[in-house]
Design a protein. Sequence first.
Length: 382
Amino acid sequence: MAPAATRRPQLKHTSPTFGSGETIFIGGYGEVTEIADPTGAVRRLLALLDGTRTTEQVHRELSADFPEVTRQDVDEALTQFDEARFLLDDQQTADGVLEAHELKRWERNINFFGSFARMDDNKYDLQRRLRDCRVTLLGLGGLGSHILLDMAAMGVGHVRAVEFDRVELSNLNRQILYREEDIGKEKLHLAVDRVKQFNPHIDIEPVDLRISSVEDVTRVLEDADVCISVADRPKMEIANWVNEACVRAGVPLITGGLETQRAVYYTMLPGTTGCIECWRRQTFASDEVSGQLLQEKRDRQIGGDNAAFCPLVTMTTGFLIGELTRLVTGIAPPVAAGRLMELRFADYAMGESERWERQSDCPVCGPTAGADAPPSGLAARA
C-alpha cells in the first residue's frame, strides 16, 4: 500500500467522462454517475487525474484556477471517487508481481480486475492470486472439462484434476476436450494434455481415482485452497463425502450441476456457512414434502435424469468459476455462499432457490462435531 502522500491518482479508462456545461457524467458497467459542476472545478479536477501528479500537486494546479478549492475539498472528492471505484494509484505497478509474459497474456483480466480495484489495491496482485492459488477439481465431464480449460484461460496456476472415466460418444455434446477418435480412452490424460497445449504454464496434477469415501476426497484436498466438485457418481453419496472432507480440511467448496431445464450451484465455506448436511436437516425440519421426496430419492438411489445441454453446461461453468474468482481475489463476496442459486433455461430467470444456515447440532460442521478446521491457505497467499 503506497503512502497517501505519494499516491498518483488516475481516473480509470473504464470510467470515462461525458457531458458538457454544468453537468458531468462518469460512465461504466451499465451505470452512469451524474455530478453537478456549476463552476467547472470538477471537470478540471478530473482532467488532472492522469496518474502523473500526487494529490498535493493536483490541489496546487487546481487551486491556481479555482482558489476557493481547499486541499480538504480535493481529499474529500478523491475519497468519493475512490469509493465509487473510479480511481487507480499509478504507483501500483506489476514490478515484483507479474512477469512480462503474464502481463501480456492476462492483460484483459488485469483490466477487468482494475475496474474493481481502489487506490490501495494493486490490480496486478489480483491476477497473481489466481496464478498462485491451488484448486482441486473433481470430475472432468461436461462441467469439469469446461472448467479446466477456463481455469487455464483465466490464469489459475495449480490444479489437481481427479477423474477415472473413459470417453463415450454421448459425452461429446458437451465435453469439449474430447473427440470421436478418443472414444474408449481415459479422459484424464487427454484432458490434461490438451489443456497444457493451450496453456503450457499451468501446473496440472492428474489423479486417476474413482472417489469412494471421505478419505479419498481428503487425500486430494491436501494443500488445496478451493475445491470445485462436479463429479456426480455415485450420485447420492459423493456430495456427502465431498462436504465432510471439505469441512474437515477447512477448504471452501464450490459445486453445482444441471437438473434438466435448470442450472444450480452453491458455495460452502467451512465455519461460516452451513454445510450440505445443515441444508438437508433444515429442509427436513421446515419442508415436510421436500424432506420426504429427498429421503425417497436417497432410499431408491434415484440419480440424475441423463439430460444435459451444452448451453446450460457453459452457463453453469461461468457461475462456478465466477465464485472461484470471487473467493481467490476478494474482488466481491461469493454470490452462492449458503444458498442454492438457479438459472431456468425457459426464461433465463436467475435467482435464489433455497437458503440455509449453519446448524449448531450438525454432526458434520457443528461445533460439537469438532469441525472448526483451520482456514485454507487463501488468506495467507492473498
